[in-house]
Design a protein around this ligand. Structure first.
Ligand SMILES: NC(=O)c1ccc[n+]([C@@H]2O[C@H](COP(=O)([O-])OP(=O)(O)OC[C@H]3O[C@@H](n4cnc5c(N)ncnc54)[C@H](O)[C@@H]3O)[C@@H](O)[C@H]2O)c1
Length: 363
C-alpha cells in the first residue's frame, strides 16, 4: 500500500460504475486503486480491460470491504474515495439479508471509520439508491398509454421525499446512506451521497436481478427469453453512465461546497421510459425478438420513479446530456464491439480463482 496520497480509491472499482469512473480518471492521467472482491459475475473482464488500457497507473487489489484493516490501509493512502462496493440486488438481499447487511452497512462503516481516523480525511462519494424512498405507495399515479405517470403532475422526486426503507437492500443501503450523510454533519467528514435511480451503459454486466436495461439488451442479442416482473408499465428515468461519471467528478471537484449534501441522480423527466418501451426500442435497434414472459411484482417496486435532478443541476452545474434513445443505441454498439451478447449467467461463474489471480498479476 502506498504511503503517499496520490491515488483515487474506488471500492467496487471493477464493477459497472466503478470501472467507468476509473477509466475517466485514468484517461486524465490520474492514478487509481481499484479494490474489489470480484463477487459480481463478469467484472473481472472490467479489471483486465482497465489494466490493459492503463497499465501501471491502475492498481487492482482483491479486497473485501468487510475487512476493516485492509480498508483502513487503502483509505489512508487515498486522496479521494468513491465507495461503490455493495451487494446490489433486492432479490439477493431477500435470500441472504445478513450478507447484504455486512457488505452494505459494515463495509460502508469501515470506509467511514478509516477516514475519521485520519488527520485530513479524503472526500468520500457514496452511491445510494432511490429504493431508500420505498414503494412510494402514497404517491398517486395514473396509467396512460402503457406507462405510469404522476397523477399530481410533479416532474420527479426531490431529496426531501420521506425515507421509507423497504426490503433488506433498501434498509442496508438506507442505513449506509444515513451514516455517510451524518458523518459529514457530526464529524465534519467531506462526504456526498448520490441517490441513484437506473444507470445503464458500457461495462455493465446486467442480470435479471440488477441492471435490467443491459440485461434486456443482452438477452435480445443472445435470443434468451425475457421475464417482466409486474406489468412492464413501470417507468424509470434511465441515466447513461458517462453522464453519471460527469456528475460524480463534478461533485468531487467541488467537495468544499457540496460536502454533506445528498443528490437524487437519474435521467430526469426527459429520460423517463417504461420497461416495455425500452424493450420495444431494443427490439428495433437489434432487429431481434425473443419471447417475453410476465411474473408478479417484486417487493417495493415503484410504479414510477423519476428523479428531480434540479438540485444537482444547480449545485453541480450538470445536466444529463444523453437521451435515452441515443443511450440505448450506444449500449447495443458496445455489446457488438465487446461481443458480449450472451447474458452473464450463461457464461460467467459467479466466483472463482481467476479474480485472485488477476489481482495478484496486477500488483
Ligand atoms: N447501477 C445502478 O443502476 C445503481 C442504482 C442505484 C445504486 N447503485 C449503487 O452503485 C454502486 C455500484 O453499482 P454497479 O451498478 O456498478 O454494480 P456492480 O455490481 O457492477 O459493482 C459493484 C462492485 O462491488 C463489488 N463488491 C461486492 N461486494 C463487495 C465486497 N464485499 N467487497 C469488495 N467489493 C465488493 C462487486 O464485485 C462489483 O464489482 C453500488 O453501491 C450500487 O448499490 C447502482
Amino acid at each position: 500500500m502506498t504511503s503517499e496520497r496520490t491515488h483515487t480509491l474506488i471500492t467496487g472499482g471493477a464493477g459497472f460504475i466503478g470501472s467507468n469512473v476509473a477509466h475517466s480518471l485514468l484517461r486524465d492521467g490520474e492514478r487509481v486503486t481499484v479494490a474489489d472482491n470480484f463477487s459480481r459475475a463478469g467484472v473481472r473482464q472490467n479489471a483486465q480491460w482497465l489494466k490493459r488500457t492503463h497499465g501501471d497507473r491502475v492498481r487492482i487489489v482483491d479486497v473485501d470491504v468487510r475487512d476493516a484493516e485492509k480498508v483502513r490501509l487503502l483509505v489512508a493512502g487515498s486522496r479521494q474515495v468513491f465507495h461503490f462496493a455493495a451487494q446490489v440486488a433486492v432479490t439477493t438481499s431477500l435470500e441472504d439479508p445478513a450478507a447484504d447487511l455486512q457488505t452494505n452497512v459494515i463495509g460502508t462503516f469501515n470506509v467511514l471509520e478509516a477516514a475519521r481516523a485520519m488527520r485530513t480525511p479524503p472526500p468520500i462519494l457514496f452511491t445510494s439508491t432511490n429504493k431508500v424512498y420505498g414503494g412510494m405507495g402514497e404517491v398517486r399515479v395514473d396509467l396512460a398509454e402503457g406507462a405510469y405517470r404522476y397523477a399530481d403532475g410533479r416532474r420527479g422526486v426531490g431529496e426531501d421525499a420521506p425515507l421509507d426503507f423497504h426490503s433488506p437492500y433498501g434498509c442496508s443501503k438506507g442505513a449506509a446512506d444515513q451514516y455517510v450523510h451524518d458523518y459529514a454533519r457530526i464529524f465534519g467528514l467531506p462526504t456526498v451521497v448520490f441517490r441513484m435511480s437506473c444507470i445503464y451503459g458500457t461495462r455493465q454486466f446486467g442480470t435479471e436481478d440488477q441492471g435490467w436495461v443491459a440485461h434486456f439488451a443482452r438477452a435480445l442479442f443472445g435470443s434468451e427469453p425475457i421475464t417482466i416482473y409486474g406489468d412492464g408499465c413501470q417507468v424509470r428515468d434511465i441515466l447513461w453512465i458517462d453522464d453519471l461519471v460527469g456528475a460524480m467528478r463534478a461533485a468531487m471537484d467541488r467537495i468544499g461546497s457540496v460536502s454533506g449534501q445528498v443528490f437524487n441522480m437519474g435521467g430526469g423527466a426527459e429520460n423517463a421510459v417504461s420497461v416495455r418501451t425500452v424493450i420495444d426500442r431494443l427490439r428495433d435497434i437489434t432487429g431481434a425478438d425473443v419471447p417475453v414472459a410476465q411474473a408478479g411484482w417484486r417487493p417495493g417496486d415503484q410504479r414510477i420513479y423519476v428523479s428531480d435532478t434540479a438540485k444537482a443541476e444547480r449545485m453541480l452545474g450538470w445536466k444529463p446530456r444523453t437521451s435515452w434513445r441515443a443511450g440505448l443505441e450506444k449500449l447495443v454498439e458496445w455489446l457488438h464491439e465487446a461481443d458480449l451478447a450472451t447474458p452473464v449467467a450463461a457464461r460467467e461463474p459467479t466466483s472463482g480463482g481467476g479474480a485472485h489471480a488477476l489481482a495478484e498479476a496486477a500488483r
